[in-house]
Design a binder for this molecule. Structure first.
Ligand SMILES: Cc1cc2nc3c(=O)[nH]c(=O)nc-3n(C[C@H](O)[C@H](O)[C@H](O)COP(=O)(O)O)c2cc1C
Length: 217
């Protein structure tokens, strides 16, 4: 079925996007305003976009027309933030921080989350998150009147000690991070425990395989 985005409402386009572009990783962002008020909220329009420089991007909307979500306002103001990744064990707390609180409410306190000071940036990281990325604002891209893409350069990554397999080789125990992804609708999530593996196919092997298939015809 064809859904022509020129002929449907923005709301319906959004519904199609979030129901199909799944699973999405979740950035659980801690930020601060200029007065040091802490803020935390999850965002699933999130991914990594470059290894060198190391860049992540987060799409952040508005609470209502003209009132950007606190996270986007804070990042534009102070140019620093921490992306905490979300494991199964912190899913409940993450959901509490998504409540549309007033700007002065500290969601970290509401969800009874412990924080640890960051090394390079002012906002702290969430202690219970298995992985946290300290980020500096690289650029914001205005996507429309009420949506913006925040691009952040990763300055440092914290990983819980027991999830680092080999610090010298930078090997991480990814399956045991037990990260969750956001699925369709407002409440569905996916675990990352149902994995499968395929080796990359070298170009030469592909040619050999194609020749073999040809000879069997
Ligand atoms: C799992 C999850 C993912 C979310 N992803 C986004 C997103 O990508 N963009 C967005 O604008 N809001 C997203 N939200 C909603 C925000 O978290 C919510 O509006 C929050 O109150 C914003 O807080 P803030 O004003 O403190 O920044 C998401 C909510 C949840 C639970």
């Amino acid at each position: 079925m064809l859904f022509d985005f020129a002929k449907i409402s923005a709301r319906d386009g959004y519904k199609l996007m979030v129901a199909t572009i799944t699973p999405r990783p979740i950035a659980w962002v801690v930020s601060q305003d200029g007065n040091g008020h802490l803020n935390a909220a999850p965002f699933s329009f999130f991914n990594a976009f470059s290894g060198d420089p190391p860049v992540v991007g987060i799409g952040i909307g508005s609470h209502e027309p003209g009132r950007a979500k606190d996270t986007r306002r804070n990042i534009c103001e102070t140019r620093e933030f921490v992306v905490n990744l979300v494991s199964e064990t912190v899913a409940e707390a993450m959901n509490i921080t998504a409540i549309e609180f007033e700007p002065e409410v500290n969601e970290l306190a509401e969800a009874r989350l412990k924080t640890i000071p960051s090394v390079h940036v002012k906002p702290p990281r969430i202690a219970a998150s298995p992985v946290s990325l300290e980020c500096a604002l690289l650029q914001t891209v205005e996507l429309g009147p009420d949506n913006g893409l925040v691009l952040g350069r990763i300055l440092a990554m914290h990983v819980h000690d027991d999830l680092v397999l080999d610090p010298a080789k930078h090997y991480i125990d990814t399956p045991n991070l037990k990260l969750i992804g956001r699925m369709h609708g407002t409440g569905w999530y996916a675990r990352t425990s149902d994995l499968f593996s395929r080796d990359r196919i070298p170009r030469a092997n592909w040619t050999l395989r194609a020749a073999k298939a040809e000879s069997q015809v």
